[in-house]
Design a protein around this ligand. Structure first.
Ligand code: XIL
Length: 366
């Protein structure tokens, strides 16, 4: 284990982190370590040698995690681990519509500002998640938006939301513009409020609005379950292909990969990456986690991480984000029940086999 993780697991004292990857770094006495800035990926032969962001950086890959602003504030070990291991963060909830714009005239940017500030301080990129998310199981569209029935009024509210958020967070250079537009277990666009009032063109409209708000940001469509369902996969490819054919300003697609059913069939992830890169789109893994099923143990879990990340990176994706990193803090506990340990560090921030598997995928690519 690199010094940085050993220190965190033991006592979580920031001062001890100054020596992280010391053999590669220059210790300036700054209490905030930036081992990744000085370590050389070429010297990373095993996970003990350097953290994920160094070895991923050597493979030219962003390695990200979802983060919660309250934990960055309240739990030093959490914050130090994010800074040490990751070169990208996605606010887990802080940028969602109901979080930043809960009422028509109320904007609450503080939590997301805190994440963006933290990221800037630690030379970490930020992925914006998300501008539009409306479905039926769980989403982030506030009630006040769902009460707007006039198309022009809803279109204005959507445009004001997208523009205000993207302009406020103008250092965020990649965004999930529309999240989960397709039915979770179906193949059609959700008949959500935007679809009912604006029609299926709401997806394209949201991308146009985002492009106007920030001409330089990378704009993504983010979707779930496509890895398990051939029908949904086809619908996803068709939706994205139509957007591209129509000249909609989409730059990339996100594969969430909440792998609740274990490994997808071999080749599915690499095929998807190739399909979308053929359309000149970027592809990212955006929300990877692998809850343990009854038949799983930590090494079969590691094999799932290995499979999907190896396929993705091997086929050309350069952006891999986990939906959290420690089993101590995972949405799976509330979504599916506690104890399913879906992430790469355990409750005590010690690396699991999945950590090593991920590390080795990046090492093999660098
Ligand atoms: C989840 C968060 O992790 C939870 O804390 C929140 O209560 C609900 O949303 N797909 C997505 C994410 O795109 O935004 C979701 O995040 C998980 C599923």
């Amino acid at each position: 284990m690199p010094d940085v993780r050993r220190a965190l697991v033991a006592v979580a004292l920031p001062a001890l982190l100054v020596g992280a990857c010391a053999s590669d770094g220059d210790d300036t006495g700054d209490p905030t370590p930036e081992p990744e800035q000085t370590a050389d990926a070429a010297a990373c032969e095993q996970p003990d040698d350097c953290p994920l962001r160094v070895v991923a950086g050597g493979a030219d890959v962003l390695i990200g995690t979802a983060v919660q602003s309250d934990l960055l504030e309240s739990e030093p070990a959490y914050a130090e681990m994010v800074a040490a291991e990751f070169n990208s963060v996605t606010p887990e909830n802080a940028l969602k519509w109901d979080a930043v714009h809960p009422e028509p005239d109320t904007w609450t940017f503080e939590d997301a500002d805190a994440i963006v500030d933290f990221a800037a301080e630690h030379d970490v990129a930020v992925k914006g998640h998300n501008l539009v998310w409306a479905q039926e199981l769980v989403d982030s569209t506030p009630d006040w938006v769902e009460e707007i029935d006039a198309p022009d009024e809803l279109r204005s509210a959507l445009e004001e939301h997208i523009t205000t958020v993207m302009e406020h967070f103008d250092t965020v250079d990649r965004w999930d513009v529309v999240n989960e537009p397709l039915q979770t277990t179906g193949t059609e666009l959700y008949d959500n409020h935007f679809h009912r009032v604006l029609g299926p063109g709401y997806v394209a409209e949201a991308f146009e609005m985002a492009r106007s708000a920030d001409p330089d940001a990378a704009l993504y469509l983010n979707e779930n379950i496509v890895e398990y369902s051939p029908g949904k996969r086809d619908a996803f490819v068709e939706l994205v292909t139509d957007l591209v054919d129509d000249g909609v300003p989409i730059d990339g697609v996100g594969l969430q990969l909440h792998l609740v059913n274990g490994a997808p069939e071999a080749g599915v992830v690499s095929d998807l990456v190739e399909t979308f890169t053929d359309l000149d789109l970027e592809v990212a893994i955006t929300e990877l986690d692998v809850p343990l099923r009854e038949s799983d143990d930590l090494s079969s879990q590691a094999a799932v991480f290995d499979q999907v990340v190896e396929e993705c990176v091997g086929a050309g994706c350069r952006d891999v984000t986990l939906w959290g990193f420690t089993d101590k803090h995972t949405w799976i506990d509330s979504f599916l029940g506690p104890g399913l340990e879906p992430l790469i560090l355990d409750d005590d921030y010690a690396p699991k086999p999945a950590y090593d598997a991920l590390w080795q995928v990046f090492a093999a690519q660098s």
